[in-house]
Design a protein around this ligand. Structure first.
Ligand code: NI
Length: 191
């Protein structure tokens, strides 16, 4: 059990492409400990996901979990998922505008376009291969976390800078309209 410090925007490790993990590395006590630390850190920060480079380790590992998340109460649940060496494929051209935040970008949110339907292939912490289709906000969460592993932040994908808000101003002025729109979207496409 260890909650690690989260690296914030401006640190070069967030801008590097993280490297693949070999099956041998994945089985080591060090990498298994890293995965436990990612989960603990994600939970402590109420994140929907966290990537290894967000705690300063440039390996292609991210953990994702949504369960009544106070930062994102409108997100459908995602069981705890350990994602190693993910590869995302877009299944079509459908996009949705999602308001995002990030543990590495304190107190800022903004609107980004994400693919609605994706296929993601990855290994779990035991090295077992998974091949899954994700949709809607869940697909958005996977894209956000996988972006981290390529050195990308949601900031890079905000095409309209006037959508940037602090969390306080999001709550005051933008949350209701966004939640109404995205709840309707979730009802339509599921997750
Ligand atoms: Ni993030």
């Amino acid at each position: 059990m260890a909650v690690r410090d989260i690296v914030t925007v401006g640190h070069p490790v967030l801008r590097e492409r993280a490297r693949e993990v070999t099956p041998e590395e994945l089985a080591t006590a060090e990498v298994q400990q890293l995965i436990d630390d990612l989960i603990d850190t994600m939970h402590a920060a109420n994140g929907a996901g966290i990537a290894a480079n967000q705690i300063g380790v440039p390996l292609r590992i991210t953990t994702i979990e949504v369960n009544q998340n106070p930062r994102y109460p409108y997100k459908p649940p995602i069981p705890l998922t350990v994602v190693v060496n993910p590869v995302i494929e877009f299944l079509d051209d459908e996009l949705v505008e999602i308001n995002e935040g990030c543990l590495s970008v304190p107190n800022l949110r903004g609107n980004v376009m994400r693919h609605v339907n994706i296929r993601v292939r990855y290994l779990d912490r035991d090295g077992v291969a998974h091949d899954a289709v994700k949709r809607g906000l869940t697909a958005g969460t996977f894209q956000h976390e996988c972006d981290h592993l390529d050195g990308k932040l949601f900031l890079d994908r905000v095409t309209d800078p006037t959508t940037f808000t602090t969390w306080e101003q999001f709550e005051r002025f933008h949350r209701d309209a966004f939640v109404e729109r995205i709840t309707e979207f979730v009802r339509r496409v599921g997750s």
